[in-house]
Design a protein around this ligand. Structure first.
Ligand code: LLP
Length: 414
């Protein structure tokens, strides 16, 4: 068995199967490029996370699916049916979650650079919780509430920046002072201002119900010690807030735990993480109703594959390219925009067979970085072969653009 085989992906003979169907059959029927998502694998990921928390705490465990990872309506419906909650990053995402049937009580809106217009849209949704990104945002919130929703008691939480961030790439480290490449980090409220933010929220007539943090994205095993350090900080800060008279209903530890994208990565120990969170909450003096996590990629990444067709194989200066009929920016921009965003790529009709050589899988856009994988070891593909780019269920279509006026691919769910 290959390390990436799961409920969705399997190898039979030399062929890649998606569920019970050969990947090439989907390519033939629906055309390429094509996203195929697996309901069974997505649900299995969700159940795995639920099981990790089971029996660890008396508090309710809320799994808020970070829908920025993949907002396909039917994927939202899978999570709705599984009783998940939603992390929405914009009024558009809030709308899509409500349209998919999520009750407002299960939606947390976490915005950044939030406008008065955004606030007006989200305040109109009764029961939703608004996560505050800046103490400075409270003034605008108050004005919007007083103008359009006089006397409405709006549920809010505070997104703090605990000073510790972690992610696979500097662009997705979301806490700390600066990212690994020196970019100042825009998210959340610094530690010294957290109490003032709670006080100001209360004094402004909002109902503060939670503390939230999100450290970054794409953790593997080595990230565990740093990440649990931030869990400790969060628990201490929450206990302090409760002592000061803020009866927190929930602690939201954010998302970030990665799926395994390539063989060399050691997966993040999710069970251990769930146990750690629950133990620290239990040992503290905290009285809370719910522990919240907000994963995106953990839930959907390995439940998706992108199929592309090889148009021709080209050799230039000793480089071998499989030139395919899709571009990264229009399908799965990750390998083009983040250093170290690796995806396994397999030939659907010859997964294992033949002598392997380094092949660069190049897209059809006018940009050198438009490669799905650099020098991937695989048998030399032939024109017409279908390649599957694995672990493509998260931050693919949701980040895709129409660069070069190339279309965004079709998506199917099996
Ligand atoms: N909660 C908040 C507030 C977030 O900003 C994010 C992601 C998540 C939860 C979910 O993080 P996850 O569990 O998916 O790591 N485009 C990048 C990932 C950016 C994530 C940004 N925030 C990528 O393709 O790797």
């Amino acid at each position: 068995m290959l390390w990436w085989e799961n409920r969705f992906l399997s190898v039979r003979g030399q062929k890649l199967y998606l569920g019970e169907t050969a990947a090439s059959a989907f390519a033939e029927k629906y055309g390429t490029p094509l996203f195929v998502y697996s309901r069974a694998q997505i649900l299995a990921n969700y159940q795995k996370l639920r099981a990790a928390f089971a029996g660890q705490t008396d508090a309710e465990v809320r799994i808020c699916y970070a829908m920025k990872a993949n907002f396909h309506r039917r994927i939202l419906k899978i999570f709705k049916a599984a009783d998940a909650s939603i992390d929405a990053g914009s009024p558009g995402e809030v709308r899509a979650a409500l349209d998919a049937g999520f009750p407002p009580e299960k939606v947390l809106f976490t915005g950044t650079s939030v406008s008065a217009d955004d606030l007006r849209k989200v305040f109109a949704v009764d029961g939703l919780t608004v996560n505050i990104d800046a103490i400075e945002q409270l003034e605008v919130m108050k004005n919007v509430r007083d103008r359009w929703f006089k006397n409405k008691k709006i549920r809010v939480s505070i997104r703090w920046n605990p000073g510790i961030g972690r992610g696979f790439n500097p662009k997705v480290i979301t806490a700390g002072k600066q990212s690994a490449d020196g970019t100042p980090i825009k998210f959340g409220i610094e530690e010294a201002k957290v109490l003032a933010a709670f006080e100001k929220a209360s004094a402004s007539g909002f109902n503060p119900v939670g503390l939230h943090q999100h450290l970054g994205s794409g953790w593997v095993k080595e990230d565990f010690p740093m990440v649990v350090g931030a869990v400790d900080k969060m628990v201490l800060k929450s206990a302090e807030l409760q002592r000061k008279g803020f009866p927190l209903e929930f602690l939201d530890f954010g998302g970030g735990f990665g799926p395994r994208y390539i063989k060399e990565q050691k997966p993040f120990p999710v069970e251990q993480y769930a146990r750690y969170i629950c133990r620290q909450v239990r040992r503290s003096s905290l009285k809370i109703q719910a522990v919240v996590v907000e994963p995106g990629k953990f839930l959907v990444a390995d439940g998706g594959a992108l199929l592309v067709r090889v148009e021709y194989v080209k050799e230039s200066y000793g480089n071998l390219f499989a030139c395919v009929n899709g571009g990264t920016f229009n399908t799965l921009p990750r390998p083009a925009i983040y250093a170290r965003a690796f995806h396994e790529i397999v030939n659907c009709s010859r997964v294992n067979g033949g002598r392997k050589v380094p092949v660069t899988v190049a897209g059809n856009l006018c940009e050198t970085g438009d490669v799905f994988g650099k020098e991937i070891m695989m048998p030399v593909p032939k024109p017409g072969d279908i390649l599957a780019i694995l672990c493509a269920g998260a931050y693919g279509r949701s980040m895709a653009s129409n660069f070069n006026l190339r279309p965004i691919p079709r998506e199917i769910i099996i």
